[in-house]
Design a protein around this ligand. Structure first.
Ligand SMILES: CC(C)(COP(=O)(O)OP(=O)(O)OC[C@H]1O[C@@H](n2cnc3c(N)ncnc32)[C@H](O)[C@@H]1OP(=O)(O)O)[C@@H](O)C(=O)NCCC(=O)NCCS
Length: 174
């Protein structure tokens, strides 16, 4: 897929993004806000694993966010199964040099309708670590609703943390 935004392009990852991925993903301030699935330090082997994972999928569910010609971040969904087939976990990250320019708000706003329709979803859920107001703001600006707090549900960077659950709910009848 390719979505042209005013501030970025959301498109498929390519192996040629490896340099940019290592540059922007290998950052503690990015890692600190993401789950254990995002490693730190972010090594060349991690990048290779990431590309192999994407290539193993019938259709990618994670995309690069290109800024200034570089893959500066990522956005995507983890699709639910069985009872949760109409739900997905929605996540994203951006390289620190690009924070605070409205890039993620724009990317989320455009990617949400695309994934809802492409994967026939009703609900996108984004748990946000309690110390991440910027991400909460992004989601609120894009129509996600704060549903509640999942207390003491995470262990990150040596701390037990609350997660704030945000969700976007689209059509409710199938
Ligand atoms: C969270 C993240 C995606 C935000 O991306 P971004 O492109 O900088 O976001 P935007 O510029 O579109 O919007 C950020 C909003 O948060 C606000 N914000 C930033 N820091 C804030 C703070 N400490 N407190 C309150 N609001 C804050 C900004 O003012 C902006 O709101 P505005 O549009 O009303 O001015 C980025 O910082 C990131 O990748 N962080 C690390 C990974 C991560 O947190 N991923 C999400 C996990 S849930």
């Amino acid at each position: 897929m390719k979505i042209e935004c005013a501030k970025c392009v959301v498109r498929d990852w390519a192996r040629s993004d490896k340099g940019a991925l290592l540059r922007f993903a290998n950052n503690r301030n990015v890692w600190r806000n993401l789950t254990h699935r995002f490693p730190h330090p972010y090594t060349e082997a991690d990048a290779e694993r990431w590309f192999s994972f994407l290539e193993s999928m019938a259709e990618p569910t994670h995309w690069a966010i290109e800024v200034d010609g570089y893959a500066a971040g990522g956005i995507g969904v983890t699709l639910g199964e069985g009872t949760y087939i109409k739900s997905a976990e929605f996540g994203y990250w951006l390289g620190e040099p690009y924070w605070g320019r409205g890039i993620m708000t724009e990317a989320v706003r455009l990617v949400v309708p695309h994934v809802m329709s492409r994967f026939d979803l009703i609900r996108l859920e984004s748990p946000v670590f309690e110390w991440n107001p910027a991400s909460m703001r992004v989601l609120e600006q894009c129509g996600f609703v704060r549903e509640g707090v999942s207390r003491a549900s995470g262990l990150k960077d040596g701390q037990v943390i609350d997660q704030v659950i945000y969700a976007f709910v689209g059509r409710t009848a199938s």
